[in-house]
Design a protein. Sequence first.
Length: 207
Amino acid sequence: MAERKPAYRIAVFASGSGSNFQAIVDAVACKELDVQIELLVCDRPQAYVVERAKQAEVPVFAFKPKEYPNRQAYEKEILQQLEERGIQLIVLAGYMRIVTNVLVDAFAGRMINIHPSLLPSFPGVDGIGQALAYGVKITGVTVHYVDGGLDSGPIITQQVVAILAGDTIETLSERMHAVEHELFPQVIGWISEGRVKLEGRQVTITA
């Protein structure tokens, strides 16, 4: 019998309720995704995602940014946690803090984010609200690499979501989240299998 290769090790960063974190946990539990979630990083110790991690028996590094002199200081501590666990990929899943060069440089090409718009349209906060306010007829979900800019990294994949007549932030968010919860674990799987290639801004996915 061939020896099973070590699991691909990821860390998830989140700040809120953690529905995308839960989608990743569930995908691993039902063997749709073959990775090991080694760490949850959270900048809000009271966030519900911390409870989700405890229920899933995922180690947690929760911190309060105001207790550090600057972003680089707490990111250096985070980086130490990641290196100790041999993390191969950082997954930003609703992490509401700007990431500095401390992590961006150390994990260049190994950090991904999910954003609720078809980038480069509507980057930043409230991509869903921005799309509704602008009056576009379609929006969607983007998974991209993190490069230190505002949702500006190379795009891995996108999925379109139609905006329906009478849509509100609540109704559109519900459909967007359903797409996110399916797409994000899928992309993590592609990366863990070595199927995603990054050259400059161009990303190719092999079968």
